[in-house]
Design a binder for this molecule. Structure first.
Ligand SMILES: Nc1ncnc2c1ncn2[C@@H]1O[C@H](COP(=O)(O)OP(=O)(O)O)[C@@H](O)[C@H]1O
Ligand SMILES: [Mg+2]
Length: 260
């Protein structure tokens, strides 16, 4: 209530003044509640989380183990249902979509770099990367071309015929990123994308993520325990006990949005 009254606006015809920044929110979550119930325990994993992200932003989520970071990503991406609140992704109320529509929406709009989304050991790099395309009905030839381009983008053109066991941890994570990006999703969710990597490889992965963010205006939401990874994002959200408790600016520099 200490804020000064808004200056009178010249435009009264419903047209926004041209100097007012119109936020293009790709994620707009309000009062999200998620409660896990097992036979004898009730865990309030998210206690009314409100969180929005502009298109092209890179946001880090930090917080102690068990505070609800993975739950938040699962809910925002529609992998899990919520018990309260509302989540808009690209203006779509994802919890109003049928399961099939939501799966399709996810396949079109989102990429995942999650640890449990492991690479399939029997498939080589290019086969792992093209898998989501084949699953969603892309023809073999087109899928192969896109997968080649994605592997190229992460610097693994020469490793397309190698299986995961023949790759280093950093290379495996690059394949995972290529797989997450092969559909050119608007949003990429990362749950500890650099968790298993040494500093050099973690840096290289963050270089790559930053480059994709700048060049393709892709939005990244990244859960991480590593302060240096978080600092490379534009904004850092801190969670505790199922709530967002603090937010700070990171040191990542945002590219100028390019609009058609
Ligand atoms: N499927 C589940 N069933 C029951 N409880 C769960 C489930 N998933 C997570 N939890 C609980 O919800 C809380 C938040 O978990 P999680 O989101 O995985 O935290 P973080 O990713 O921050 O470590 C924890 O107390 C965890 O035990
Ligand atoms: Mg987690």
């Amino acid at each position: 209530m200490t804020q000064p009254a808004a200056a009178p606006q010249a435009a009264t015809d419903g047209v926004r003044p041209s100097n007012e920044k119109v936020k293009d929110l790709i994620i707009d979550a309000r009062d999200v509640v998620k409660t896990y119930r097992t036979d004898d325990v009730v865990v309030e994993a998210l206690k009314g989380v409100s969180f929005s992200v502009e298109r092209g932003e890179m946001v880090a989520i930090m917080g102690p183990s068990g505070c609800g970071k993975t739950t938040l990503l699962n809910c925002l991406s529609g992998l899990d249902n919520i018990d309260g609140g509302v989540i808009y992704i690209n203006q779509e109320d994802i919890n109003k979509l049928s399961d099939d529509k939501r799966t399709e929406f996810r396949a079109q709009q989102m990429g995942f770099v999650f640890q449990f989304y492991n690479l399939l050991p029997v498939l080589n790099s290019i086969e792992n990367v093209e898998l989501p395309l084949l699953v969603s009905g892309t023809k073999q030839g087109a899928a192969r071309k896109k997968a080649e381009a994605a592997l190229d983008l992460v610097g693994l053109r020469d490793w397309s015929k190698h299986k995961p066991a023949q790759l280093s941890g950093g290379q495996r994570q690059r394949v995972t990123i290529a797989r997450a990006l092969v559909n050119q999703p608007a949003i990429v969710w990362g749950d500890e994308p650099t968790g298993d990597l040494d500093t050099t490889n973690a840096d290289a992965i963050m270089d790559l993520i930053g480059q994709l963010n700048r060049e393709h205006q892709q939005t990244f939401v990244i859960v991480t325990h590593a302060p240096d990874v978080a600092q490379r994002c534009h904004r850092i959200i801190h969670m505790k006990d199922g709530e967002i408790v603090r937010e700070e600016a990171g040191q990542g520099v945002r590219a100028q949005a390019v609009r058609a």
